[in-house]
Every structure is written in structure tokens, then in C-alpha cells.
Design a protein around this ligand. Structure first.
Ligand SMILES: [Zn+2]
Ligand SMILES: [Zn+2]
Length: 285
């Protein structure tokens, strides 16, 4: 059984529509895929409608959090998407995305980069605009060769010259909200240092004590040594270990199913969640 628990569609900053994404997931031989767009569940309905037979969809989202000034991402699975407190917090985060992207464009203009808001908005299309769209604009303009090269201190990495903070949820509050909506919480790529500063690994123990279910260990941004260390941390704290592609379509280099989650861990996630159930594909349109 092949299980990929972290993907993005055009509902946030991926390049495949939710329908394209589930078709690709089936074609690539996945049995289970989670759709975890940033701070939104907007893509779920389309993914469900297009779900091929033999593929199971786990509904989810990746919540933008910040701990002591450091950004971090919390994956939430199988929560009730209508639960009012979690819904309100997601909206608060999302509504901040346009002003923030505009502010990054203004910073870039000050740095002499002729990027425009119209360009960034066109790249985002109807996805919720974010930093990767600004990064793609920098690639279009020839300022950097690849999107990854835009995520540096010179440009858009956390604390970088053109970086602007966004509203992000306190992770302990996020845990409370996810749990309150019947979901399961997994700390995404906790040691992905090349994206900017990461929270100290001692914070994982505090989050575990506050109800964190697991950590994403097998991820493209973790090297072998980091994975081994995180696996040890998870074992010590009794946390689940997941692996995922963090697929963004053509915006990033990883492919669907590049990293996967153990079926036993997946089983445990579905047992703990009570906000929503995995959706088995019935051979959608
Ligand atoms: Zn993330
Ligand atoms: Zn992600």
C-alpha cells in the first residue's frame, strides 16, 4: 500500500487542479493521497468528485503557524471542515495572503526588481496567493534561475530582504483547534532548515505534550542524518512518523509518492480522527 499524506493543488500554491492531482496520484500507483493545501479546504470537493476507483482521499490542510517568531507548518488531517473555530482561524490566515504578497512585491520594487502585483496575481490564478507565486515571478523575470533560489536570505526566505511576515497561528492554539474539530495533527517538515529558521527540536516535546500526533520525518528537505535524529525523537515522545512528497506540481521538483507513510501509521491516523473519514474513490468524472 502506497500512501502520500502531503500534497498541494491550485487551491493553494500547487500547479495541478485537485482533479488532475488525484488522477496523477492514481496513475502513479498511490493507494492513498492526502490533499493538504495551505490554510484551505477549498480543493476537497473537486478532488472527491474526480477521485478514481482504487484511490482513497484523506482530506486535510497545512496550517501556517509561528512559534516564538519562527514559521512552522502543521498538517491537519480528517478534521470537520465546518467546525467554526478552526474555520475562522483559517480565514484569518488566508485573508492576510493578498496584503502580504502585495507587501513583498513592494519590497522587491524597493530592491529594484520590476515585479508587479498583476504578474503575481496572474501566476497565482485562482489559487490562494503565496510566497511561491512571488518566487515564480522572480524566475519569470530572470532574477533567479529556479523557485528554490528565491527562497534565500537575499530574497524571500524567512527574514530575507523581501520577506514579509504573515498572520500565523500559535501552534498550541492550532493543536487545540484541530483536536476540537476531530482532526489529527502532524508537524510538517520540522527540520527543513533550508526554508529558513526552524523551531528548536525541544519544542517538539512541548507540542507532543499538548496533543501533537506525529511528525513528518521522510521529506525532501530532511537529509538522512536529520531523518534518523527525528525518528529517535518520535520514538522517545511516542509520536507517529509520516513520510510525504509535499508535491506542488511543476512548482517544485518532488514527485508524487516520492516519500510515503507506513500503512500502520496511516491506520492509526484514521483511528484517531473523528472529524471526517477517508473517501474511497468510486471512479469519478
Ligand atoms: Zn510546509
Ligand atoms: Zn506543504
Amino acid at each position: 500500500m502506497r500512501i502520500d499524506l502531503h500534497t498541494h493543488s491550485t487551491a493553494s500554491d500547487g500547479t495541478d487542479t485537485p482533479a488532475q492531482l488525484v488522477r496523477k496520484a492514481a496513475a502513479t500507483g498511490l493507494d492513498v493521497v492526502a490533499l493538504t493545501d495551505h490554510d484551505t479546504t477549498r480543493g476537497h470537493a473537486e478532488a472527491v468528485a474526480a477521485l478514481p476507483e482504487g484511490l482513497t482521499l484523506v482530506t486535510g490542510a497545512e496550517l501556517s503557524c509561528r512559534l516564538d517568531g519562527v514559521s512552522m507548518h502543521m498538517l491537519a488531517y480528517l478534521f470537520d471542515p465546518e467546525e467554526p473555530a478552526l474555520l475562522a482561524e483559517r480565514e484569518l490566515v488566508r485573508d492576510d495572503r493578498v496584503p502580504r504578497a502585495r507587501a513583498m512585491v513592494a519590497r522587491l520594487n524597493e530592491l529594484g526588481v520590476p515585479v508587479t502585483w498583476e504578474q503575481v496575481a496572474r501566476i497565482a490564478g485562482d489559487g490562494s496567493v503565496g510566497r511561491p507565486h512571488v518566487a515564480s515571478a522572480l524566475v519569470e523575470l530572470g532574477v533567479v534561475p529556479t523557485v528554490n533560489d528565491a527562497f534565500t536570505a537575499d530574497w524571500l526566505a524567512d527574514g530575507g530582504r523581501a520577506h514579509v511576515d504573515k498572520h500565523e497561528t500559535d501552534p498550541f492554539e492550532a493543536l487545540r483547534l484541530i483536536k476540537g474539530a476531530g482532526g489529527v495533527a502532524v508537524f510538517a517538515h520540522p527540520a527543513a532548515a533550508k526554508r529558513g529558521r526552524t523551531v528548536p527540536e525541544t519544542a517538539i516535546a512541548d507540542l507532543a505534550a499538548a496533543g501533537l500526533d506525529g511528525i513528518e520525518v521522510d521529506h525532501m528537505d530532511h537529509d538522512a542524518e536529520t531523518r534518523a535524529r527525528l525518528r529517535g525523537t518520535a520514538k522517545e515522545l511516542g509520536l507517529l512518523v509520516t513520510g510525504s512528497s509535499d508535491y506542488h506540481g511543476s512548482r517544485k521538483t518532488c514527485v508524487l509518492g516520492e516519500y510515503t507513510t507506513d500503512p500502520e501509521v496511516y491506520g492509526e491516523i484514521t483511528r484517531r480522527a473523528f472529524g471526517a473519514f477517508p473517501v474511497p474513490g468510486a471512479g469519478g468524472a
